[in-house]
Design a protein. Structure first.
Length: 294
């Protein structure tokens, strides 16, 4: 159903207690461009007593770093309203797996901060350029204290990191976790920015092993949100720009779904999408809900 007017939006809002928003491609595009009306839309829902949370597969930042970005773009958000995969992965390791060993992390420093905040130590972030030849790599020492390999977005991804991750994943008992399989990042450009899924695919191929997946559309993300917010799925809406993550996440967890067209998915893709990817509602932009403000 296309959300076209005040009556359509009012029906959705009146029957919803909790809104889960994807971020990049829904509230903003790229690093510095808010979707027109997105800040006002979020503030309007909050003023109506709705619980609003922000659910992102982005693992490159900690929640504290996310707060700075939200504030810079004009959103008023608390840390406990943000569920990014860096935080949810740390939560999963600590509270679901009761993990206490060292983590080898393919990821950014913000991700390491979330692990550290959970009392988990990690190695891996930063530059690790190619060094030596294959004969040298075969003599590389293995850190026996590592009990999990975690793969997130890493702009410093290198062949050396790939060797270490694949080697450690094959160590008996080592846990293999990936934040998400997103193939590319939303970008209003002809340049394609590869996503975390590209790094995950490389490690998975070399390790010949499937990872535990944390982010949308997978269960660990929903479990963390549910346990933290005690939301009622029947009165919760997931708002996103990707059918294969945001919409599928909502469908698999009993949520209503709204697909926006300010990010990855194009309208032309709906005709060939599988049934489980089809949203309950469509809108051009989250700013459209401001029609209810008048």
């Amino acid at each position: 159903m296309e959300l076209k007017d005040k009556q359509d939006w009012k029906s959705v809002i009146d029957n919803t207690d909790t809104f889960l928003f994807d971020c990049d491609g829904v509230l903003w595009t790229g690093n510095s461009d808010p979707v027109p009306g997105a800040q006002e839309a979020v503030r309007f829902l909050q003023s109506q007593g709705k619980a609003v949370y922000f659910v992102s597969n982005n693992s490159s930042q900690s929640r504290k770093e996310y707060i700075s970005k939200f504030q810079k773009l004009g959103f008023h958000v608390n840390e406990n309203e943000i569920f990014c995969t860096s935080y949810v992965t740390a939560y999963y390791l600590k509270h679901v797996l009761n993990f206490t060993q060292k983590v080898y992390l393919i990821g950014m420093e913000g991700f390491a901060q979330e692990l550290n905040a959970m009392g988990l130590s990690c190695i891996g972030p930063g530059n690790d350029p190619i060094n030596g030849t294959s004969s040298d790599w075969l003599k590389m020492p293995i850190d026996l204290e590592v009990g999990a390999v975690v793969v997130g977005f890493d702009s410093n991804f290198s062949y050396m990191k790939l060797i270490k991750a694949v080697t450690l994943v094959n160590k008996p008992g080592c846990i293999f976790i990936a934040t998400n399989e997103d193939s590319r990042l939303p970008a209003q450009s002809d340049v394609i920015i590869p996503g975390t899924g590209c790094f995950v695919a490389a490690v998975q191929c070399g390790a010949e092993r499937e990872p535990i997946l944390i982010g949308k559309p997978h269960k660990p993300m929903f479990m963390c949100i549910r346990d933290s917010t005690h939301l009622d799925p029947a009165r919760t809406v997931m708002v996103g720009d990707r059918m294969n993550t945001d919409v599928l996440f909502g469908k698999q967890n009993g949520l209503k779904t709204i697909l926006t067209f300010t990010g990855i998915t194009q309208r032309s893709e709906l005709a060939s999408a599988p049934e489980e990817w089809i949203p309950d509602y469509l809108c051009a932009s989250v700013g459209d809900l401001l029609v209810c403000r008048d």
